[in-house]
Design a protein around this ligand. Structure first.
Ligand code: SF4
Length: 245
């Protein structure tokens, strides 16, 4: 029980310190909105959790979550811009478009043949599914789709459907291990965060989980890299590893 309370306290602290250091991240970026009021020129919208507001924006996040598998966001952005330029970033067009044309448009995102299949599958799913069901049922449906693993499913649940689900990625597992949580599985890392913020309302969980995942990505790029840059790390005093390599 004591260790559980310690973990609770640490996650709150980790989140607060990352937020103080890096600020609001404005995820999930919407390429279709970049430069518009409230958005920066990459489509980020810091401290505004009201997006997505439309079915189109929801679908943009979903295809972004597929395209970003195993590649950097800048490569995804190019693919999304191509889809918008050709006016095919809607499920109906993705479904009816011939395979080669779609693969060519998303080439920059890598694994483009595999991702073309996945985009067509998720577009069919998006057009034929009732989303107004409990989060666990929706997660199960997403996980049953070929090419959708826990990280992609949870990204879609959190950022497209605003469900209170924390997204774990390789950066999260690396950072948590260094902080002193030991080697964790996807589910155990997610469980720690869910328990740590369990007293929040679902709406607040969505905001905190949205921000926390984005902050961990920022932290992994700036300080907690493969070779960590521990000096001036905002988590230095909390971290078990802090510079001991
Ligand atoms: S102190 Fe070093 S290892 Fe710990 S979180 Fe910061 S960068 Fe990562």
């Amino acid at each position: 029980m004591l260790s559980f309370r310690v973990i609770n306290m640490r996650m709150d602290l980790v989140y607060t310190k990352l937020l103080e250091h890096y600020g609001y991240q404005g995820w999930w970026p919407l390429v279709s909105m970049k430069g518009k009021k409230g958005f920066d020129n990459l489509g980020y919208h810091p401290n505004d959790y009201s997006y997505p507001k439309t079915r189109g924006q929801m679908f943009e996040i979903i295809i972004g979550a597929i395209l970003t598998q195993n590649t950097a966001w800048k490569n995804v952005e190019k693919a999304l811009i191509n889809l918008y330029t050709k006016r095919v970033a809607v499920p109906e067009k993705i479904i009816e478009m011939d395979f080669t044309s779609l693969a060519t448009l998303i080439r920059s995102a890598g694994y483009y043949n595999q991702k073309t299949v996945r985009l067509k599958t998720i577009a069919e799913w998006f057009n034929s599914t009732n989303f107004n069901i409990p989060t666990l049922s929706l997660r199960k449906k997403l996980l049953s789709l070929k090419g959708v693993g826990p990280e992609t499913a949870d990204s879609i649940l959190l950022y497209a459907f605003k469900r209170p689900v924390f997204v774990v990625d390789a950066y999260t597992l690396r950072m948590f291990e260094r902080l002193g949580f030991g080697k964790l599985t996807y589910d155990s890392a997610q469980g720690i965060v869910h328990k740590s913020f369990k007293t929040l309302s679902d709406d607040d969980k969505v905001k905190v989980f949205n921000e926390f995942h984005a902050l961990i990505v920022a932290h992994a790029k700036e300080h907690c890299k493969k070779r960590p840059m521990c000096e001036q790390c905002p988590l230095y005093n909390l971290c078990k590893m802090n510079g001991k390599r």
